[in-house]
Design a binder for this molecule. Structure first.
Ligand code: LLP
Length: 404
């Protein structure tokens, strides 16, 4: 059974590698993957880790070692996945808004591809006809996800080919004798309601007879993980049961057994990651007690960008009495991690841990204010492994061309 990293280990890592530092707990990633595979034992399911959440190559190698496949959202992610040792057949490239050249490269590399526009599907048909199996990403007109910025299935979304353009898809299928092996729908991130996936399955059910070569139904990612204490995530077991039932219905109606593909990002790595930062400054302005840390939205943008809640713990002073702090970063603009957050008394020098920082934390980081990106550490087999060095000044100059 999985046990979370204790404060002593986190303190030791902060001491050894400095702060701010990202720490990922390998066992937690394995535990999450196992929850999925256990829940879906009765289903012919394949899981593709949506690596946009966290692309560090050592993490990817670890995820590969678990037997998980990988989903990429850019050709560079495909290259990184190959470098991490994934077989091309275990790589999925779910493209959006990309130049056709990237699709050509993906074909040369031999990976699975989901195409998300009629225009690229037409180019694909012209170039490859029936010779390269392909999936298509559909826009279902389903509103789902934690907030509008991470909802991708509604009618005004840029993603996918709208299902009402089915006739145009079918015209291309016929014209180029396309071998469409997969249908893909990803409706958003942080979807708690299992029935959203069932709505997607209903759409697949309607569409399946139009695609004679169909092999897989790809429901995307988007499982919700708990961010707050006592919050519930997506009920994976319930989802698996419902998917099993609907696959049965496909089989009964069409006499075909389909594979179901999923592309979990957050579910696999969010809770496994912590960002540790140190308190630089305490100050009281008006009625607010500010705790200013040596990090900012350049390292974890989710609170500022999505109003996301990240649990914070003070691992240097766990038993002190509780006070309220507005926890801010050191970026030279408003840069708030949390407003009026109750925490055990915070002192300058204390270490604060931001939880659920494994997904879209480091990955969405930047060098804004010419700050360094943090180091990354993978805690695996009871040992901390440095998997990315903290930036240094030379990294900030890299690629710049200095004119006289
Ligand atoms: N598949 C596709 C096609 C996607 O676009 C995404 C995420 C996923 C899978 C994985 O979704 P997940 O299981 O991680 O929810 N930066 C935002 C999340 C953006 C998600 C983008 N697409 C955040 O930090 O909340």
């Amino acid at each position: 059974m999985f046990t979370p990293l204790d404060n002593n280990i986190l303190q030791e890592i902060a001491h050894t590698y400095g702060t701010p530092v990202y720490v990922y707990h390998a066992e937690k990633i394995a535990d999450q993957f196992q929850q999925l595979t256990t829940a879906f034992t009765g289903v012919n399911a394949r899981f593709f880790y949506a690596c946009k959440a966290l692309t560090n190559i050592s993490v990817l190698k670890y995820i590969r070692s678990l037997g998980c496949n990988i989903d990429c959202s850019s050709i560079n992610e495909v290259h990184i996945a190959l470098k991490a040792g994934f077989e091309p057949t275990n790589i999925l490239y779910t493209s959006n808004g990309i130049a056709f050249e990237e699709i050509q490269t993906a074909v040369e590399l031999g990976v699975n591809i989901n195409i998300d526009s009629l225009s690229n599907l037409e180019k694909f048909g012209k170039s490859y006809g029936p010779n390269y199996p392909v999936g298509i990403r559909l826009l279902p007109n389903i509103m789902a996800g934690g907030n509008l910025k991470i909802s991708t299935g509604h009618e005004n979304s840029k993603f996918g080919i709208p299902i009402y353009q089915l006739n145009q898809i079918l015209a291309l299928l016929k014209k180029y004798e396309l071998c469409i092996t997969g249908l893909h729908i990803h409706t958003g991130s942080e979807i708690k309601d299992v029935d959203v996936f069932m709505k997607v399955a209903d759409i697949f059910f309607e569409l399946a007879p139009h695609f004679p070569d169909l092999v897989f139904l790809d429901m995307g990612g988007g499982f919700k993980v708990p961010y707050k204490e006592n919050e519930q995530g997506t009920d994976i077991n319930l989802l698996a049961k419902k998917v099993e039932a609907i696959l049965h219905k496909f089989d009964e109606t069409y006499g075909k057994k389909f594979q179901v593909w999923f592309e979990p990002g957050k579910f696999l790595v969010s809770e496994a990651g912590n960002l540790i930062a140190q308190v630089n400054v305490l100050k009281t302005n008006a009625n607010l007690n500010f705790a200013g840390v040596n990090s900012g939205f350049n390292h974890l943008i989710r609170p500022m960008f999505y109003d996301a809640y990240h649990q914070i713990t003070n691992i240097s002073n766990t038993k002190a009495s509780i006070k309220e702090y507005t926890v801010v970063g050191n970026i030279c603009e408003t840069d708030t991690f949390a407003w009026n957050r109750p925490l055990p008394e915070v002192r300058e020098g204390d270490l604060l841990v931001f939880h659920n920082a494994g997904a879209y934390g480091f990955e969405m980081g930047s060098n804004y204010n010419a700050r360094f990106l943090p180091a990354q550490v993978l805690y695996k087999d009871n040992q901390a492994h440095l998997i990315r060095k903290r930036d240094e000044l030379a990294d900030l100059y890299r690629n710049q061309i200095e004119l006289d």
